[in-house]
Design a protein around this ligand. Sequence first.
Ligand SMILES: CC(C)=CCC/C(C)=C/CC/C(C)=C/CC/C(C)=C/COP(=O)(O)OP(=O)(O)O
Ligand SMILES: O=P(O)(O)OC[C@@H](O)CO
Ligand SMILES: [Mg+2]
Length: 243
Amino acid sequence: MTRLYNNILNAIKEGRKQLAVLIDPDKMPVNSIEPFVNKVNQSMATHIFLGGSELQNNTTDTLAKAIKNYTDSPLILFPGDENQLTNNADGLLFLSLISGRNPDYLIGKHIKAIPKLNTMNLEVIPTGYILIENGIETAVERISKTKPMLRKNTELISHTAKAGEYLGMKLMYLEAGSGATHPVDSEIISAVKSQIKIPLIVGGGIRSKTDLDKAYEAGADLVVIGTAFEKDETFFNQIINSF
Ligand SMILES: CC(C)=CCC/C(C)=C/CC/C(C)=C/CC/C(C)=C/COP(=O)(O)OP(=O)(O)O
Ligand SMILES: O=P(O)(O)OC[C@@H](O)CO
Ligand SMILES: [Mg+2]
């Protein structure tokens, strides 16, 4: 089952840039789903991601079902832990936090997820997840108890991505962290892009169409935006379907 992944590869081949809107289950009441997803449908977004670093209420299941009622866009889980799995989505980013050295986030949570995953038919996409310093401490850093990679260590960051690719990861995700004050630098994006052949995802702190275009120009294949939509739904007007 590789439909979602093949679609990502095809879009890259055809030169179509991809954008995922991140929905944080704790910040999205079920009754807001319909209007929000309708806006996503009218925008240039190609994917919806669903997840949070730590969830207070486990509403992932209900929200996933509601989202699928209103859109044909692929819904991909982007979980901070194994409790956020639901069969109501299409796929799962099977993230390994390779910027850090916390065994739980490298392999531990993954093992715990297996009994549940065995009962589901999600498309599981092995994804290297690299947290980059952005100026403030983000939820991922706090929860995972790992330090982000320093911005100045561009070479180390790109070697980390390459090692992830050699380990068999199918996507690489450069993450500045949700709400980052400083998105991942173009220099880092292009250095990583030149090292790897697998699709490159970039997210964290992207708040304008200019930031978005900058990430694409540097080599991002898929960009993830959460906070800009949470804070100001008029942000959708900036990214109205332009293809
Ligand atoms: C494979 C499975 C089941 C789990 C993977 C678990 C790993 C390794 C996660 C990586 C580290 C992590 C905590 C990622 C969270 C990614 C995420 C959903 C970020 C967006 O959430 P935030 O916005 O940062 O958090 P808030 O919910 O606090 O806003
Ligand atoms: O909320 P923002 O800052 O857009 O970040 C999105 C995503 O990369 C976080 O995991
Ligand atoms: Mg968030």
